[in-house]
Ligand binder design. Structure first.
Ligand SMILES: Cc1ncc(C[n+]2csc(CCOP(=O)(O)OP(=O)(O)O)c2C)c(N)n1
Ligand SMILES: [Mg+2]
Length: 669
């Protein structure tokens, strides 16, 4: 069979598998998969350097389907490319515990690099990939030894292009000159509700990207593989600017009636239309999930061979490099363990009592102490380093010409979140963080949620974590945010009480595997607790611990406080004449993971007088204070005034807390 025939047969196999899988599932997105089959074929077979036999090899090109709804395109192509994704899995598209979920999830399916679906996220994740790659290339590459030189390919849809996060990410990608990006915009004029004439006509999409410093090309026909390949080669050669290739396509290409209709975006075509499409493609209309053996050979056979050869070649380059630079090789091996260098725990600073210090200030000191132990930790803030204090001092700025460890994300919180997630997806090599005011966690919440869903190692550092930030007022004062973030499954939210708990909070962040950790740090100073009088800060590693108790045995009342309210609760407890326990509870999620015995020991079930003290909404606290308990909380927006005064007015004084505790004790006793 001629190459041209094999090529068409392969592309049509992707198309028919997409139709059949969606038809079988009774749900899914066939149209875009059908239209982009030639692009996927070209990328996987002729362009990308990847090895289905070892999907994780370090110098593989990475592919992102930002238009995650079209995932059957990727699943079908992975199957035909020889990845570990069987035809059975395609038949189980979107079913319980299949490897072919409704949107791609990177931890579930080999060959999927990131979890996509919320439009725009994949676009920005890819920018994170490129930042990570740039950083690692500068760290390891040496003249005549380009150990890492890979590209990031992404497919984006109209929805991706319209989302704001995409523009944020495109803007910084242009600024940083991320030439490894080769992105495709699937210009099909179709979205869910109809044609793009509804809401997306006037702007010149290409010019918009050019204005962001991108290299933009146009391919007029998504069926023209030659044209696509030519554009890709030009994009690969463009090293200084990210590339966007605008590809005009026709959704549901091949289906006589469904083509160019919005209906084909997200519904099965129906048995008749599937049969008609197959007929039009010269396919047996009754055949289902048909994979001609010559297609498997042409795709999986060739791709595996090319992939293994590419990896072998790279391994030889790695050997030569290791011989030439043995010191670097040691660094490489240490980096790939994905842990800080040995000794880092001992290097965590201990803070002496008497020094009042904002936990953001303590955080800064902790970061500097960790700096030499975490050479591949990179990150930055959304134009708030001046306030969040999050930087590795002297470790350089990440720019178009130098890959320093401090990334100036600009005022782009959402993209920062998604980019940090992308960086964290560079297996084992990099642990990134992103930082801003806690209030603006709202602006990055979609990315935070995906970090938790995707089990990513992202670290979120949010400062100005309560009304205690003061004069900036209620627009900047988080109130519902502690709870809103605790509501995200698999996110650990840590709000340390003082400088020493901040050390522990960073320790939690660096030790955790399997998900992100968020630190909530104060703008205002808090006392550094005298640990000769209260229990060691290491208790924070269990999520909550008994900090102090006035008497022995079972307490009469338990005050459960978090973060910058702990010292006030402690002051209150010290004035009370009852057996009072103060529990510091920096991390609910970690505490919830402790054995029941420990939890009962810290918060005894038999003590019904339990009072929570947190500068945030009361919703949720019943879980720990119980039905009989009470909460000193803020169930309203804050106010613009000096922070101490706002806290005082809203009840966060030792007197008020003590009075509330005494009243509770009386009620419950
Ligand atoms: C943030 C976000 N908003 C909304 C959706 C729901 N959604 C999925 S695809 C889509 C738009 C479909 O148009 P387009 O992106 O052009 O994809 P095409 O149908 O062309 O493949 C929408 C609104 C989503 N996945 N993510
Ligand atoms: Mg579209």
């Amino acid at each position: 069979m001629s190459d041209a025939r094999l090529q068409k047969l392969s592309i049509d196999t992707i198309r028919t598998l997409a139709m059949d899988s969606v038809q079988q599932a009774g749900a899914g997105h066939p149209g875009t998969a059908m239209a982009l089959a030639p692009l996927a074929y070209t990328l996987y077979r002729n362009v990308m350097r990847h090895n289905p036999v070892n999907p994780d090899w370090p110098n593989r090109d990475r592919f992102v389907l930002s238009a995650g709804h079209a995932c059957i395109l990727q699943y079908a192509t992975l199957h035909l490319s020889g990845y570990n994704l069987s035809l059975e899995e395609l038949k189980r598209f979107r079913q319980w515990e299949s490897r072919t979920p409704g949107h791609p999830e990177h931890f579930l399916t080999e060959g999927i690099e990131t979890t996509t679906g919320p439009l725009g996220q994949g676009f920005a994740n890819g920018v994170g990939f490129a930042i990570a790659d740039r950083f690692l290339a500068e760290r390891y590459n040496r003249p005549h030894h380009d150990l890492l030189d890979r590209h990031v390919y992404a497919i984006c849809s109209d929805g991706d292009m319209m989302e704001g996060v995409t523009m944020e990410a495109a803007s910084i990608a242009g600024h940083l000159g991320l030439g490894q990006l080769v992105y495709f915009y699937d210009d099909n004029h179709i979205t869910i509700d109809g044609t793009t004439s509804l809401s997306y006509t006037t702007e010149d999409k290409g010019k918009r990207f050019e204005a962001h410093g991108w290299h933009v090309q146009q391919v007029d026909d998504s069926e023209d593989i030659q044209e696509i390949e030519t554009a890709i080669r030009a994009a690969q050669e463009e090293a200084e600017r990210p590339s966007l290739v605008i590809v005009r396509s026709h959704i549901a290409f091949g289906a006589p009636k469904a083509i160019d209709t919005s209906k084909s975006h997200g519904s099965p075509l129906g048995a008749d239309e599937v049969a008609a499409a197959k007929k039009a493609l010269g396919w047996d209309p009754d055949a289902q999930f048909l994979v001609p053996p010559e297609v498997m050979e042409h795709m999986a056979g060739d791709i595996r061979e090319q992939g293994m050869a590419a990896e072998d070649e790279w391994n030889r380059a790695l050997d030569r490099w290791s011989t030439a630079f043995p010191g670097l090789r040691e660094e490489w091996d240490a980096d790939r363990i994905g842990k800080p260098r040995p000794g880092w725990v001992d290097a965590l600073p201990e803070f002496a009592p008497g020094d009042d210090m904002a936990t953001r200030g303590a955080g800064k000191k902790v970061m500097q102490a960790l700096k030499p132990y975490t050479p591949t930790m990179i990150g930055g803030a959304a134009d708030l380093v001046e306030s969040t204090y999050t930087e590795f001092e002297g470790a350089g700025l990440f720019s178009a010409t130098h890959a320093g460890r401090n990334v100036a994300f600009g005022i782009r919180e959402h993209a920062m979140g998604s980019i940090v997630n992308g960086i964290s997806l560079t297996q084992g090599m990099l642990k990134p963080y992103g930082s801003t005011f806690l209030i603006f966690s709202d602006y990055m919440r979609p990315a935070v949620r995906l970090s938790a869903l995707g089990r990513l190692q992202s670290v979120w550092v949010w400062t100005h974590d309560s009304v205690g930030l003061g004069e900036d007022g209620p627009t900047h004062q988080p109130v519902e945010h502690h709870m809103a973030l605790r509501a995200i499954p698999n996110l650990w939210y840590v709000r340390p009480a003082d400088a020493n708990e901040t050390s522990m909070a960073w320790r939690i962040a660096l030790e955790r595997e399997g998900g992100p950790v968020a630190l909530a740090l104060s703008r205002q100073k808090v006392p550094t607790l005298d640990r000769t009088e209260v229990e060691p800060a290491a208790g924070a590693l269990r999520g909550a611990y008994t900090l102090w108790q006035s008497g022995e045995g079972l307490p009469d009342v338990v005050l459960i406080a978090t973060g910058s309210e702990v010292w006030v609760a402690l002051d209150a407890a010290r004035t009370m004449d009852a057996n009072v326990r103060v529990v510091s509870m920096p991390c609910w999620e970690l505490f919830a993971e402790q054995p029941q015995d420990y939890r009962d020991e810290v918060i005894p079930r038999d003590v019904r007088a339990r009072l929570s003290v947190e500068a945030g909404i009361s919703q949720g606290w019943k879980e720990w204070v119980g039905d009989a308990g009470d909460s000193v909380a803020i169930d309203r927006f804050g106010a613009s005034a000096p922070g101490g005064e706002v806290l005082e007015k809203l009840g966060f004084t030792a007197e008020n807390i003590a009075a509330r505790a005494a009243a509770l004790l009386e009620r419950v006793a």
